[in-house]
Unconditional design. Sequence first.
Length: 114
Amino acid sequence: MTRPLTDADKREGFIRATGGFSGAKQRWAKRVERGMTADELAGALAFELGIFGGSGGPDQLSLTFQGTGLKIWISWETHNHVTMKPTFEGKGTIAMARLVYGVNDPADRQLALW
């Protein structure tokens, strides 16, 4: 039986895929401080994801990720990234980065509500 992904699992997998590398915390802190447009954020995510990678192990989330298309696959079992739909892709990856890391868009003129 396949273990379903929770929102917390998706968040954890996203952070591991985009922020688990040396210096990533400092880079994200700088990005949050200055804010980023969608294009800038896409470039930053592509940098963090790299060409292609992944990780996994017993009782750990299985991750596959690639910078091209900003794709991240997350599951509780070994998966085939060719046949499985990505958990995050393109604009969805950008939206999740804004949510998880709190990166604002300096071009968004709407005032923050809180």
